[in-house]
Design a protein around this ligand. Structure first.
Ligand code: S3P
Length: 441
């Protein structure tokens, strides 16, 4: 039985100031690990996020026969070689693959395994076993992969791939990069072009990285395709810092008087930095400077300065995917703004590591901030005179992004807070507290 622990988060002694780096991007790290495992030869990857989630992908590819020689670096990242299964395909694993808390591991693996005639059971922790999987298995079944039980919504599910996959033209019901990636990875094993169209733009790391591994892809707004059959070729990938982790530092600086921070070497992929545009529209002082490219991924510096007055704004449906992981922390910033902030059509938040809509409304309520949902629209009524009440206890619901959001309420104001199961921050941002403390020295 899992036991719950409670961590006290104390106010930072000073404003946040200075430059810092954040750990590697989680989405890009998963893809670097998995695509290297699928490739022929030894890929060299660096800057890989060493977190619980990415470790799940690493263990999974080892169970499937990839050779992993990654070493911990001084900055905490993982670097080294991965020798993939290439044209031999993955080996039949002896045991089920436990994807832990990682939806990205489970869903991307389903696509990667679809072209191979082995039986692989995928499972996960309590949270992952509640998350929807039919959105992935449905298109893969259309291509010729089988699932046992067929049509089951939740893990554990056993996948049986096929050497005879058919290419697919798929209109995705939701903007999901995990779904898009699963279909494209399966498409690598089909004879012909597999295309996926999306209702709104989702993150495009897969389309940007697959050509590095020699795949032929085309991508433009809301559509991506891949030509199969194709065996990926080993290559070199450098993973930039995670903008979703940087978002916590940026938001902290906007809530803690006197702060001025810069986050260096962070991904500036437009599909990931919607939070900077949202914050700018709220009147915040946020800057972006591009300094280079890692493969096709732009990276650079994000800066933020405390500026006081913030105003509520509206985030329309087509931009929701670009802020999807940042909505909880953006809602905490919105709690400080004058007026109401509206996030339109945020239904996908209900099926993340926990129901993030319900959990965010619950946390804001503990802070005395009024927020509500109407259908899938999410409203936060800000209060420029916002203060943190005494003795607030937040429930992270074992969700890393909620744990960090509620920790910021304590770190950036004058009153300590308690966060249940805070340790889950290691899913995406190991060293989160240390980073905050370093900036406030
Ligand atoms: C991810 C895609 C998003 C995001 C998740 C990581 C990815 O999920 O919320 O944290 O790496 O592809 P969806 O694909 O479900 O939108």
């Amino acid at each position: 039985m899992e036991t719950s622990s409670c961590t006290q988060i104390n106010p930072l002694p000073h404003a946040l100031n200075g430059s810092i780096r954040v750990p590697g991007d989680k989405s890009i790290s998963h893809r670097a690990v998995l695509f290297s495992a699928m490739a022929q030869g030894t890929s060299r990857i660096s800057g890989v996020l060493d977190s619980d989630d990415v470790r799940r992908s690493i263990t999974a590819i080892q169970q499937l026969g990839a050779e992993v020689a990654l070493e911990k670096q001084l900055d905490g990242s993982l670097s080294g070689g991965i020798t993939g299964w290439g044209s031999d395909g993955p080996v039949q694993p002896a045991d089920p693959i436990d994807c832990g808390n990682s939806g990205t591991t489970a869903r991307l693996l389903m696509g990667a395994l679809a072209p191979w005639p082995i039986r692989v059971t995928l499972t996960g922790d309590e949270s992952l076993r509640k998350r929807p999987m039919r959105r992935i298995t449905a298109p893969l079944m259309k291509m010729g992969a089988s699932f046992d039980p067929a049509g089951k919504e939740h893990l554990p599910i056993t996948e049986i791939g096929s050497r005879e996959l058919k290419p697919l033209k798929y209109d995705s019901p939701m903007a999901s990069a995990q779904l898009k990636t699963a279909v494209l990875l399966a498409g690598l094993g089909a004879h012909g072009t597999t295309t996926i169209n999306e209702p709104a733009i989702s993150r495009n790391h897969t389309e940007l990285m697959l050509p590095e591994f020699g795949a032929i892809t085309t991508a433009s707004d809301r559509t991506a395709s891949v030509a199969g059959p194709c065996t990926l070729r080993a290559c070199e990938i450098r993973v930039p810092g995670d903008p979703s982790s940087a978002a916590f530092i940026v938001c902290a600086a906007l809530m803690r008087k006197g702060s001025a921070v810069q986050i260096e070497n962070v991904s500036l992929n437009p599909a990931r930095i919607g939070f900077t545009r949202t914050l700018e529209r709220m009147g915040a002082s946020v800057s972006i400077k591009r300094t280079g490219k890692a493969g096709k991924e732009p990276f650079g510096i994000i800066g933020a300065c405390y500026g006081g007055d913030l105003v509520g704004c509206e985030i329309p449906p087509q931009y929701i995917a670009s802020v999807i992981d940042e909505i909880p922390v953006l809602s905490l910033v919105a709690a400080h703004a004058r007026g109401v902030t509206v996030f339109r059509q945020t239904g996908e938040l209900r099926v993340k590591e926990t129901d993030r809509l319900e959990a965010t409304v619950e946390g804001l309520d503990r802070l005395g901030i009024s927020s509500w949902t109407h259908g899938d629209d999410f409203f936060v009524e800000g209060d420029p005179d916002f203060t943190v009440p005494d003795n607030v206890v937040f429930d992270s619901h074992n969700d890393h992004r909620l744990a960090m959001t509620w920790a910021l309420a304590g770190l950036c104001h004058d009153t300590p807070v308690l966060v249940n199961d805070f340790d889950c921050v290691t899913i995406s941002f190991p060293g989160f507290l240390k980073t905050m403390e370093e900036l406030a020295r």
